[in-house]
Design a protein around this ligand. Structure first.
Ligand SMILES: Nc1nc2c(c(=O)[nH]1)N[C@H]1C(S)=C(S)[C@@H](COP(=O)(O)OP(=O)(O)OC[C@H]3O[C@@H](n4cnc5c(=O)[nH]c(N)nc54)[C@H](O)[C@@H]3O)O[C@H]1N2
Ligand SMILES: Nc1nc2c(c(=O)[nH]1)N[C@H]1C(S)=C(S)[C@@H](COP(=O)(O)OP(=O)(O)OC[C@H]3O[C@@H](n4cnc5c(=O)[nH]c(N)nc54)[C@H](O)[C@@H]3O)O[C@H]1N2
Ligand code: SF4
Ligand SMILES: [Mo]
Length: 731
């Protein structure tokens, strides 16, 4: 019997280990012969993060690998023409010629690349070298800008560096899990399983969930605080107020290891429970109960995700969570600490490789002259080659297109025609791009409609590389299937363009192990030191947590010595009052729309929409609305509803439920134009972003609702590929 292939689940940031086995029919060579292939997927018991568990997404991940794949490059001159097949040479020649022209005419800052936390670290690294190094523009951003950038900014400002300090073992060592703005049961299910088991088995262990919706996570909590969307800072300050009043603080830690407490304490004066309860729309007793749990826990672990990060004050929210840990000294200890749950499988690796427009590899900053010099030297580039300015963020690429300042856009491993805010504006801007390259594994997709050149990418299973999960665990993911059609790895495509642009020396890699060996040298003596973690090391030793230098041991937790990475070694309190929602409800748009995910689907459904079991699990989009609001508006359960914001409209059936607070409605993010008609949640959202992290407030905007009375069965047709797009699938 063949030994199973050990790899990582390519969906969420929990980063579960998988074992993959070919199933009988194709077992002879485990290959993709004639496109027929079957793989059995099971949890890898030896993977320290997941200990053999998988959720429905991991278990079904092999099913769509061969469906609807983009098999060879395609091109067209304008967006109104159909695509025609092209050779790699033709496609790359056109890209290289265009880049050269833009460099000569508009300059390098008219070039943009928009990548993804679904890249492997090797892909990210080569993209940074190409854009920020060789081309000299920092206009590389990733969908992590819509996801983790507030956590990054919060960690940097409070602790002196990015990097979640905790590990999953803390889920089993804590006395209290404070889950805020995360629906772990659906979005990080295996991490949640570990926590839930511990919670069930130990009566003293408490779970608090802060979420405007009664999610499956909230269902099993000891305390659910269904706060008004956007009122998190008020609640966090309210908890801080009581801890201070009760003297439940760690004064020696505050004195020796932090700065800024006095200003923070002053802010806290304004947050007595009565006021907080009013601001958050909950009872004062509940604020007190939450603070009591904080006070009584020896070890307390905060877990957060998009309900915190995707906000016009996301960085302040993250820092307000960290404040409570600094105040109680609950950081750098088993079972305690602020723990951001990373969304995508390798958004962490992206940060390590410098994959945001303000970063450079090895947790370096483009604004730091020493950091730039180190990277320039290492890349054998002239001094001053790397720009000292942050490049365009994801949304700034859209506004750049609007202003005619972006002449070339290269999109890879993300589907912005569904996932960006304010879609009508996004799509209009995308249509203005002089040349857009879209590099993806599947076709059709919504973003392909806005591309001039489609490049077929290999995906997980067809390429070897590394990914880092939320607990800083790096796992090697081998290639165990042959690439389909002419697809190539993302980093290989970037490297080929780099060589043809004249940077032969910089892109000599012969395989992804070479790429990783080079990248890890740039992490030496940096906070994310993984200089020991080559492909060979990871293959031999299995998944390993950084920091892990050549001389050192893997590190489970950060800051155990209570020394932080700020210049004075002290963690910083941040004192904030909430500014509230960027677009609060008003008479015309009286409801707050919030958005999020469902257990089975992954984002824009590129894979999960092609899995029958998951389609049946979540057959159509819907809007959750409270019975009281539904009655007022004449909306019936399962009846069609139009949801309208200042920017656009969507339509879908109603789910009338008490799981959502009155005044708030919820729409899942999964249905783009390919999978449903007019159910795009981002037709409604706005792009107003946190000034520090530039992360847009995808979790809240003001909407109005109305029932739709129609006899047409066509309207709101769901879960069907649109034939017009499907017709042009492969020739
Ligand atoms: N099944 C599944 N799992 C996934 C993904 C997926 O697509 N599908 N995607 C992955 C990715 S990339 C990410 S980023 C993560 C996201 O993981 P999560 O952040 O857990 O998921 P979301 O559903 O986006 O949002 C979480 C919760 O935030 C709540 N919320 C909204 N507004 C507020 C607010 O103002 N305050 C508070 N406290 N809560 C609020 C919402 O009601 C929602 O229940 O999931 C990852 N895992
Ligand atoms: N309203 C609202 N909008 C949101 C959010 C929200 O909560 N609410 N969440 C935001 C967040 S947190 C995120 S992370 C984004 C996610 O949004 P997207 O990144 O747009 O979503 P995906 O569907 O994951 O798109 C990934 C694409 O990469 C392709 N792909 C997979 N593997 C590879 C590979 O190895 N190489 C290449 N080249 N392609 C590959 C897939 O086929 C797919 O088309 O959405 C954001 N948008
Ligand atoms: S929890 Fe996340 S990483 Fe684990 S199997 Fe499910 S989707 Fe994959
Ligand atoms: Mo995300």
């Amino acid at each position: 019997m063949t030994a199973p292939v050990k790899t990582l689940c390519p969906y969420c940031g929990v980063g579960c280990g998988l074992e993959i086995l070919p199933v009988a029919a194709s077992a002879s060579n485990g290959s993709t012969e004639k496109g027929i292939e079957k793989w059995k997927v099971r949890g890898d018991r030896s993977h320290p993060s997941s200990q053999g568990m998988v959720c429905v997404k991991g278990a079904t991940v092999a099913e769509p690998l061969g469906c609807d794949r983009l098999l060879h490059p395609m091109m067209r001159d304008s967006l109104d023409e159909p695509f025609r097949a092209a050779s790699w040479d033709e496609a790359i020649d056109r890209i290289v010629a265009h880049i050269q022209t833009v460099r000569l005419t508009s300059g390098a800052d008219a070039l943009c690349m928009y990548g993804s936390g679904q890249f492997q670290t090797e892909d990210y690294y080569v993209a940074q070298k190409l854009m920020k190094g060789c081309l000299g523009t920092n206009n590389f951003d990733a969908n992590s800008r819509l996801c983790m950038s507030s956590a990054v900014a919060g960690y940097v400002q409070s602790l002196g560096s990015d990097g979640p300090p905790c590990c999953y073992e803390d889920l089993e060592l804590t006395d209290c899990a404070f889950i805020i703005g995360a629906n772990m049961a659906e979005c990080h299910p295996i991490a949640f399983n570990r926590l839930r088991r511990h919670h069930k088995q130990n009566a003293h262990v408490k779970m608090i969930v802060v979420d405007p919706r009664a999610t499956p996570t909230a269902d099993v909590a000891d305390l659910h605080l269904a706060i008004h969307p956007g009122s998190d800072i008020d609640l966090l300050n309210g908890i801080g107020h009581l801890l201070l009043k009760w003297g439940a603080i760690d004064s020696p830690f505050i004195d020796e290891c932090t700065s800024g407490f006095a200003d923070y304490a002053k802010v806290l004066e304004h947050y007595p429970p009565q006021r907080v309860a009013h601001l958050c729309g909950i009872q004062p007793e509940d604020v007190e109960a939450a603070a009591r749990y904080w006070r009584d826990a020896q070890q307390i672990l905060s877990l957060w995700s998009m309900g915190i990060n995707q906000s016009s004050e996301g960085t302040a929210k993250v820092r307000s969570i960290i404040n409570l840990h600094l105040m109680t000294g609950s950081i750098g200890r088993p079972g305690s600490g602020p723990f951001s749950l990373t969304g995508q499988p390798n958004a962490m690796g992206g940060r390590e490789a410098g994959g945001l427009s303000n970063l450079l590899p090895g947790y370096r900053s483009v604004k730091n002259s020493q950091h730039r010099a180190e990277v320039e030297q290492f890349w054998h580039l002239p001094s001053g080659q790397i720009s000292a300015h942050a490049g365009r963020s994801a949304w700034e690429m859209i506004t750049g297109l609007e202003a005619g300042l972006v002449d070339f856009l290269w999109i890879a491993a993300t589907n912005p025609a569904v996932s960006m805010p304010d879609l009508e504006r996004t799509k209009k801007a995308l249509r203005r791009s002089p040349l857009t390259v879209y590099q993806d594994a599947y076709y059709p997709s919504e973003t392909a409609a806005y591309a001039h050149i489609l490049l077929p990418a290999t995906q997980w299973s067809e390429k070897a590389g590394t990914m880092t999960n939320s607990e800083r665990m790096v796992t090697y993911c081998p290639a165990f299937r042959s690439p389909m059609g002419e697809a190539k790895g993302d980093w290989e495509i970037f490297a080929e363009v780099g060589r043809r642009l004249g940077f032969a020396e910089q892109f000599q890699f012969s395989n992804s192990a070479d790429v990783r060996s080079e990248f890890i040298q740039l992490t030496r003596d940096r906070p994310c030191d993984q200089s020991a973690l080559s492909h060979a090391y990871l293959q031999e030793n299995g998944p390993t947590q950084w920091p892990c230098s050549e001389a050192g041991q893997p590190t489970q937790r950060l800051y155990t010595d209570r020394h932080f990475l700020t210049p004075d070694g002290r963690a910083r309190f941040g004192a904030y009052h909430s500014k509230g929602l960027a677009e609060p409800p008003d008479a015309e748009y009286p409801y707050v729309l919030t958005t999020g995910r469902l257990y089975g689907h992954w984002h824009t459904q590129a894979r999960t929409g092609r899995i029958e079991k998951i389609r049946q699990m979540h057959p159509n989009p819907f809007v959750e609305i409270h019975p009281r609001d539904a009655q007022k508006l004449g909306i019936e359960d399962k009846g069609l509803v139009e949801i309208r914001s200042r920017r656009g409209a969507a339509c879908c059936p109603a789910v009338v439920t008490r799981a959502i607070a009155p005044g708030t409605v919820f729409l899942p993010m999964h249905w783009g134009a390919l999978w449903a008609e007019q159910a795009e949640v981002n037709a409604l959202t706005h792009p107003i972003a946190c000034p520090d992290s530039l992360e847009p407030e995808l979790k809240a905007c003001a909407v109005q609702l109305a029932p739709i009375h129609t006899a047409s069965t066509d309207f709101c047709k769901t879960s069907q590929l649109i034939p017009a797009i499907r017709d042009v699938v492969h020739d």
